[in-house]
Design a protein around this ligand. Sequence first.
Ligand SMILES: NC(=O)c1ccc[n+]([C@@H]2O[C@H](COP(=O)([O-])OP(=O)(O)OC[C@H]3O[C@@H](n4cnc5c(N)ncnc54)[C@H](O)[C@@H]3O)[C@@H](O)[C@H]2O)c1
Ligand SMILES: O=C[C@H](O)CS(=O)(=O)O
Length: 484
Amino acid sequence: MNNHLSHSHLLKQFSYINGRWHSNSSLGELAITNPANGELIAKVANAGANEACLAVESAKEAYREWSKVPAGQRSLLLRKWFDLMMSHQEALGQLLTLEQGKPLSEAKGEIAYGASFIEWFAEEAKRVYGDTIPAPSADKRLVVIKQAVGVVTAITPWNFPNAMIARKAAAALAAGCTFVVKPAAQTPLSALAMAELADQAGIPAGVFNVVVGTDHESIGKVLTQHPAVAKFTFTGSTAVGKKLISQCAESVKKVSMELGGNAPFIVFEDADLDAAVAGAIASKYRNAGQTCVCTNRILVQQSVADSFTQKYVNAVRQLKMGDGFNSHVNIGPMISQEACDGVHQLVETSIEMGAKLLMGGENNHSGFYPPTVLTAVSNDMPIARSEIFGPVSPIIQFDTEERAVAIANDTEYGLAAYFYARDIGRIWRVSEALEFGMVGINEGIISNAAAPFGGMKASGSGREGSKYGLDDYLEIKYLCMGGI
Ligand SMILES: NC(=O)c1ccc[n+]([C@@H]2O[C@H](COP(=O)([O-])OP(=O)(O)OC[C@H]3O[C@@H](n4cnc5c(N)ncnc54)[C@H](O)[C@@H]3O)[C@@H](O)[C@H]2O)c1
Ligand SMILES: O=C[C@H](O)CS(=O)(=O)O
């Protein structure tokens, strides 16, 4: 067993359904490997549609009681889950680095980030308020109450195998819903460890369920179409999100989507260039560039382009690439060699179209892709049109503020955007003109549980976290009392 699995009590190898570890899967096992070296970490029983149906039916049964549990008691159980996540932060972080590859410091940061949503919604659970409305006539009383939507199903990605689940499950459970999630088959161990800690926290059987399987089509059909499912929530690529939305249409499921991004990072001539460099590095190279809110295009005003580019390249050269368990490493492996190949294809095609390579750009088939900087990029090049999802910085120059906003908005996506400027008029004009759900102003890291996370256009719908995050898991019911 890998020496980072010393906390093997958190290493679970079966789907967690109705409070039980579900060993009798007829579909064999899936091998979970370390993306840094290809080593086998563990094998997990491969569940399928049958297990997904069992999980949904268990969640439906559990909903009858869970939705009636007083909010204060749900809050205490979520708080206990939060406490357990944080007291196991090191073990959960090691498991996450093993299966996903990010540097251990980032992995432990993700555990704290995921846990912060459980803490946040443990508190929000107690603040689901209704309304009384002045009636149009003396014989009526108008009241609004809010109720849990019911069984919630979810599908989540590999890049944040803890936090993307916590961000959904915490809100769902706080609202009184029950929850079934299919994590990415590349990174199920973090989800199963979360289930173990939910069990230890005393969260009742059937309330939180994890179904692990490679047949995501069959499992997905159950999670999007089973009649007992009230709401489906997805975090992943836009292409898959579109397919899953269509699968929900027939039974008119409530849907929330956290999809792809193409974040512009605009550096204006009045920016603090050193701060802009630090912000761009933080936003671009987190998780080796494999986050939905990573800077995807760096737009620099011509008058400061040379100065910024030199500073930026010098800073990128300080980044260390290697195994995430090496404490000096900032850039871990990509999730797969196929992911490296996809990123390299974008780099090569854009260079053929005129982009200039300033550093990096080698694909040595090691599962790692080096920090790379391209300049002389135009917004029509593949490296600018696509969500890179890798450690590549394309630099695009612009002349005017209006042109910068036009380039920034010239994408199907609308998740996160960033810009550095100090003129207050510019800050307001650009903030209001950018077509993105979240805007970092003189800041490259903007995600936290108190803020509404989400996007517009092809980046999806709905918000996760914040005081808005419960809305997606609640039905608003209007009561009209007559004959008073
Ligand atoms: N907006 C956000 O909050 C957010 C957060 C993280 C990742 N993402 C996006 O996710 C993408 C990267 O993650 P990924 O590669 O895991 O995305 P992906 O869409 O390929 O996979 C996401 C999940 O969907 C499942 N899936 C894939 N095809 C399916 C199908 N036909 N039916 C049912 N399930 C299916 C996968 O098994 C996985 O669990 C990027 O586009 C990134 O921007 C967005
Ligand atoms: O990759 C998508 C995540 O939502 C990014 S963040 O950790 O929430 O900023």
